[in-house]
Design a protein. Structure first.
Length: 273
Protein backbone atom coordinates (compact mmCIF):
# COMPACT_ATOMS: atom_id res chain seq x y z
CA UNK A 1 0.00 0.00 0.00
CA UNK A 2 1.29 3.47 -0.87
CA UNK A 3 2.67 5.56 1.98
CA UNK A 4 1.89 9.22 2.65
CA UNK A 5 4.86 10.41 0.56
CA UNK A 6 3.41 8.66 -2.48
CA UNK A 7 -0.17 9.69 -1.74
CA UNK A 8 0.88 13.35 -1.37
CA UNK A 9 2.79 13.18 -4.66
CA UNK A 10 -0.24 11.78 -6.49
CA UNK A 11 -2.47 14.48 -5.01
CA UNK A 12 0.05 17.14 -6.06
CA UNK A 13 0.23 15.76 -9.61
CA UNK A 14 -3.56 15.70 -9.95
CA UNK A 15 -3.88 19.20 -8.52
CA UNK A 16 -1.37 20.59 -11.01
CA UNK A 17 -2.95 18.95 -14.06
CA UNK A 18 -6.42 20.04 -12.92
CA UNK A 19 -5.19 23.61 -12.42
CA UNK A 20 -3.78 23.56 -15.96
CA UNK A 21 -7.15 22.42 -17.32
CA UNK A 22 -5.80 19.12 -18.64
CA UNK A 23 -7.92 16.12 -19.38
CA UNK A 24 -8.40 13.85 -16.40
CA UNK A 25 -6.53 10.54 -16.42
CA UNK A 26 -6.39 7.77 -13.87
CA UNK A 27 -3.02 8.19 -12.13
CA UNK A 28 -0.53 5.33 -12.47
CA UNK A 29 2.44 5.36 -10.11
CA UNK A 30 5.50 4.26 -12.08
CA UNK A 31 8.08 4.80 -9.35
CA UNK A 32 7.80 5.84 -5.71
CA UNK A 33 11.24 5.97 -4.13
CA UNK A 34 13.57 8.98 -4.39
CA UNK A 35 11.01 10.66 -6.61
CA UNK A 36 7.43 9.66 -7.27
CA UNK A 37 6.62 9.37 -10.97
CA UNK A 38 2.91 9.59 -11.74
CA UNK A 39 1.76 8.77 -15.27
CA UNK A 40 -1.26 10.79 -16.34
CA UNK A 41 -2.06 9.87 -19.93
CA UNK A 42 0.75 11.14 -22.18
CA UNK A 43 2.47 12.96 -19.30
CA UNK A 44 4.52 11.91 -16.30
CA UNK A 45 4.52 14.13 -13.22
CA UNK A 46 7.76 13.99 -11.25
CA UNK A 47 7.36 14.83 -7.56
CA UNK A 48 9.92 14.49 -4.74
CA UNK A 49 9.54 11.39 -2.60
CA UNK A 50 12.35 10.45 -0.22
CA UNK A 51 14.36 13.39 -1.57
CA UNK A 52 11.97 15.66 0.36
CA UNK A 53 13.95 14.70 3.45
CA UNK A 54 17.23 16.02 2.09
CA UNK A 55 16.56 18.60 -0.61
CA UNK A 56 14.20 21.42 0.30
CA UNK A 57 12.97 23.67 -2.47
CA UNK A 58 12.78 23.27 -6.26
CA UNK A 59 16.43 23.84 -7.29
CA UNK A 60 17.08 20.17 -8.13
CA UNK A 61 13.95 19.88 -10.25
CA UNK A 62 14.85 23.10 -12.06
CA UNK A 63 18.34 21.82 -12.90
CA UNK A 64 16.89 18.51 -14.10
CA UNK A 65 14.57 20.41 -16.44
CA UNK A 66 17.26 22.81 -17.65
CA UNK A 67 19.79 20.13 -18.54
CA UNK A 68 17.23 17.79 -20.07
CA UNK A 69 15.91 20.63 -22.25
CA UNK A 70 19.46 21.64 -23.23
CA UNK A 71 20.34 18.09 -24.29
CA UNK A 72 17.03 17.57 -26.10
CA UNK A 73 17.61 20.73 -28.14
CA UNK A 74 21.01 19.38 -29.16
CA UNK A 75 19.68 16.07 -30.37
CA UNK A 76 20.90 13.98 -27.43
CA UNK A 77 18.36 11.32 -26.53
CA UNK A 78 17.10 12.02 -23.01
CA UNK A 79 13.67 11.95 -21.39
CA UNK A 80 12.37 15.35 -22.43
CA UNK A 81 10.40 17.89 -20.41
CA UNK A 82 6.91 18.83 -21.51
CA UNK A 83 6.41 22.06 -23.43
CA UNK A 84 2.62 22.20 -23.75
CA UNK A 85 1.55 22.11 -20.98
CA UNK A 86 4.59 23.84 -19.47
CA UNK A 87 7.02 21.63 -17.60
CA UNK A 88 7.02 23.86 -14.50
CA UNK A 89 8.19 23.93 -11.78
CA UNK A 90 4.57 23.88 -10.52
CA UNK A 91 3.65 23.69 -6.84
CA UNK A 92 0.88 21.79 -5.04
CA UNK A 93 0.61 20.16 -1.62
CA UNK A 94 3.73 22.14 -0.74
CA UNK A 95 5.68 20.09 -3.31
CA UNK A 96 7.42 21.01 -6.57
CA UNK A 97 5.99 19.19 -9.59
CA UNK A 98 7.49 18.97 -13.08
CA UNK A 99 5.78 17.51 -16.15
CA UNK A 100 7.51 15.28 -18.71
CA UNK A 101 6.64 13.45 -21.90
CA UNK A 102 5.98 9.81 -21.17
CA UNK A 103 8.78 7.85 -22.83
CA UNK A 104 7.82 4.27 -23.77
CA UNK A 105 10.66 1.87 -22.99
CA UNK A 106 11.49 -1.73 -22.18
CA UNK A 107 12.11 -1.84 -18.42
CA UNK A 108 13.75 -5.27 -18.64
CA UNK A 109 16.34 -4.41 -21.29
CA UNK A 110 19.92 -3.84 -20.13
CA UNK A 111 22.42 -2.36 -22.54
CA UNK A 112 25.90 -3.79 -22.95
CA UNK A 113 28.73 -1.88 -21.25
CA UNK A 114 30.02 -0.38 -24.50
CA UNK A 115 26.58 1.04 -25.36
CA UNK A 116 26.17 2.57 -21.91
CA UNK A 117 29.69 4.03 -21.92
CA UNK A 118 29.44 5.50 -25.41
CA UNK A 119 26.06 7.08 -24.73
CA UNK A 120 27.34 8.60 -21.49
CA UNK A 121 30.33 10.00 -23.38
CA UNK A 122 27.88 11.63 -25.82
CA UNK A 123 26.08 13.26 -22.89
CA UNK A 124 29.38 14.48 -21.44
CA UNK A 125 30.46 15.92 -24.78
CA UNK A 126 27.21 17.88 -25.19
CA UNK A 127 27.22 19.08 -21.58
CA UNK A 128 30.61 20.76 -21.96
CA UNK A 129 28.79 23.59 -23.72
CA UNK A 130 26.10 23.96 -21.04
CA UNK A 131 26.05 27.67 -20.08
CA UNK A 132 24.01 27.53 -16.87
CA UNK A 133 25.16 27.79 -13.27
CA UNK A 134 25.70 24.49 -11.47
CA UNK A 135 26.71 23.52 -7.93
CA UNK A 136 30.45 23.07 -7.44
CA UNK A 137 30.48 20.64 -4.50
CA UNK A 138 27.64 18.37 -5.59
CA UNK A 139 27.47 15.35 -3.27
CA UNK A 140 29.41 17.14 -0.53
CA UNK A 141 26.74 19.84 -0.32
CA UNK A 142 24.09 17.13 -0.29
CA UNK A 143 25.80 15.42 2.62
CA UNK A 144 26.15 18.67 4.57
CA UNK A 145 22.43 19.36 4.20
CA UNK A 146 21.55 15.89 5.41
CA UNK A 147 23.87 16.12 8.43
CA UNK A 148 22.35 19.51 9.33
CA UNK A 149 18.78 18.18 9.14
CA UNK A 150 18.98 14.64 10.57
CA UNK A 151 20.86 12.79 13.30
CA UNK A 152 20.84 9.55 11.25
CA UNK A 153 20.42 7.18 14.18
CA UNK A 154 23.02 9.19 16.09
CA UNK A 155 25.67 8.63 13.39
CA UNK A 156 25.63 12.09 11.77
CA UNK A 157 28.77 13.41 13.57
CA UNK A 158 30.79 10.33 12.62
CA UNK A 159 29.59 10.44 9.04
CA UNK A 160 30.26 14.18 8.77
CA UNK A 161 33.81 13.69 10.00
CA UNK A 162 34.35 10.99 7.38
CA UNK A 163 32.92 13.22 4.63
CA UNK A 164 35.27 16.02 5.69
CA UNK A 165 38.21 13.63 5.65
CA UNK A 166 37.37 12.41 2.15
CA UNK A 167 36.84 15.96 0.88
CA UNK A 168 40.33 16.95 2.04
CA UNK A 169 41.85 14.05 0.11
CA UNK A 170 40.08 14.65 -3.21
CA UNK A 171 42.45 15.56 -6.05
CA UNK A 172 42.31 18.95 -7.72
CA UNK A 173 41.32 18.10 -11.30
CA UNK A 174 39.49 19.67 -14.22
CA UNK A 175 35.71 19.89 -13.95
CA UNK A 176 32.75 19.97 -16.32
CA UNK A 177 28.95 19.60 -16.12
CA UNK A 178 28.11 16.02 -15.14
CA UNK A 179 25.09 13.75 -15.16
CA UNK A 180 25.69 13.31 -11.44
CA UNK A 181 24.07 9.88 -11.02
CA UNK A 182 25.38 8.06 -14.08
CA UNK A 183 24.60 4.45 -13.28
CA UNK A 184 23.17 2.05 -15.89
CA UNK A 185 19.75 2.12 -14.22
CA UNK A 186 19.32 5.72 -15.39
CA UNK A 187 19.64 4.62 -19.03
CA UNK A 188 16.42 3.24 -20.50
CA UNK A 189 15.87 1.28 -23.71
CA UNK A 190 13.50 3.17 -26.01
CA UNK A 191 12.49 2.47 -29.63
CA UNK A 192 14.82 5.31 -30.63
CA UNK A 193 17.76 3.89 -28.67
CA UNK A 194 19.46 4.39 -25.28
CA UNK A 195 17.95 7.33 -23.42
CA UNK A 196 19.32 8.94 -20.24
CA UNK A 197 17.11 10.41 -17.53
CA UNK A 198 17.31 11.97 -14.06
CA UNK A 199 19.69 14.92 -14.19
CA UNK A 200 18.63 16.07 -10.73
CA UNK A 201 22.08 15.35 -9.25
CA UNK A 202 24.02 17.26 -11.89
CA UNK A 203 26.94 19.42 -10.78
CA UNK A 204 30.17 20.95 -12.02
CA UNK A 205 32.64 18.27 -11.05
CA UNK A 206 35.34 15.89 -12.25
CA UNK A 207 34.52 13.36 -14.94
CA UNK A 208 35.80 10.76 -12.49
CA UNK A 209 32.67 11.19 -10.36
CA UNK A 210 30.38 9.99 -13.15
CA UNK A 211 32.86 7.32 -14.23
CA UNK A 212 33.26 6.09 -10.67
CA UNK A 213 29.50 5.66 -10.36
CA UNK A 214 29.43 3.87 -13.70
CA UNK A 215 32.15 1.48 -12.52
CA UNK A 216 30.77 0.94 -9.01
CA UNK A 217 27.17 0.29 -10.04
CA UNK A 218 27.82 -1.23 -13.44
CA UNK A 219 31.22 -2.89 -13.19
CA UNK A 220 34.81 -2.32 -14.36
CA UNK A 221 33.86 -3.34 -17.89
CA UNK A 222 31.65 -0.22 -18.12
CA UNK A 223 34.54 2.02 -17.16
CA UNK A 224 36.88 0.22 -19.55
CA UNK A 225 34.43 0.83 -22.40
CA UNK A 226 34.34 4.62 -21.93
CA UNK A 227 35.90 6.17 -25.06
CA UNK A 228 39.40 7.59 -24.88
CA UNK A 229 41.52 8.26 -21.82
CA UNK A 230 39.71 10.97 -19.85
CA UNK A 231 42.17 13.35 -18.21
CA UNK A 232 42.27 13.14 -14.44
CA UNK A 233 39.88 10.20 -14.43
CA UNK A 234 41.39 8.16 -11.60
CA UNK A 235 38.15 7.11 -9.97
CA UNK A 236 39.23 5.63 -6.63
CA UNK A 237 38.77 8.71 -4.39
CA UNK A 238 35.40 9.43 -5.98
CA UNK A 239 34.23 5.84 -5.63
CA UNK A 240 34.97 6.02 -1.90
CA UNK A 241 32.95 9.24 -1.64
CA UNK A 242 30.12 7.57 -3.55
CA UNK A 243 30.21 4.65 -1.11
CA UNK A 244 29.86 7.02 1.84
CA UNK A 245 27.10 8.89 0.03
CA UNK A 246 25.25 5.60 -0.44
CA UNK A 247 25.51 4.78 3.26
CA UNK A 248 24.15 8.19 4.24
CA UNK A 249 21.23 7.89 1.82
CA UNK A 250 20.36 4.50 3.28
CA UNK A 251 19.88 6.25 6.62
CA UNK A 252 17.72 8.90 4.92
CA UNK A 253 15.62 6.16 3.31
CA UNK A 254 15.20 4.60 6.76
CA UNK A 255 13.57 7.82 8.02
CA UNK A 256 10.75 7.19 5.55
CA UNK A 257 10.89 3.40 5.78
CA UNK A 258 11.96 2.49 9.35
CA UNK A 259 12.22 -1.20 8.51
CA UNK A 260 15.26 -0.26 6.39
CA UNK A 261 17.29 0.93 9.39
CA UNK A 262 19.03 -2.43 10.03
CA UNK A 263 20.24 -2.39 6.42
CA UNK A 264 21.64 1.12 6.89
CA UNK A 265 23.46 0.02 10.03
CA UNK A 266 24.92 -2.97 8.21
CA UNK A 267 26.07 -0.74 5.34
CA UNK A 268 27.77 1.61 7.81
CA UNK A 269 29.56 -1.27 9.51
CA UNK A 270 30.72 -2.60 6.14
CA UNK A 271 31.95 0.84 5.07
CA UNK A 272 34.16 1.22 8.14
CA UNK A 273 35.30 -2.40 8.28
Amino acid sequence: MADEYTRAAVRAALTVTSRLGLREHEPEVLHERSNVLVKLGPLVARVPGTTRLARPGPAWQERDVALSRFLTERGVLVVSPATDPPVGTHFAEGLPVTLWHHTPHDPDHRYAPDVVARSLAEVHSALRDYPGELPRRGPLDDLDRIFDRHDLDGEAPRLRAEADRLAEALPDVAVQPLHGDAHPGNLIATPAGPCWLDFEDTWLGPLAWDLGILARQGGPEFLAAYPGEPAGASVEPWVRLRELYSVVWQYVIAIRFPHRLPGARSALAAYFS
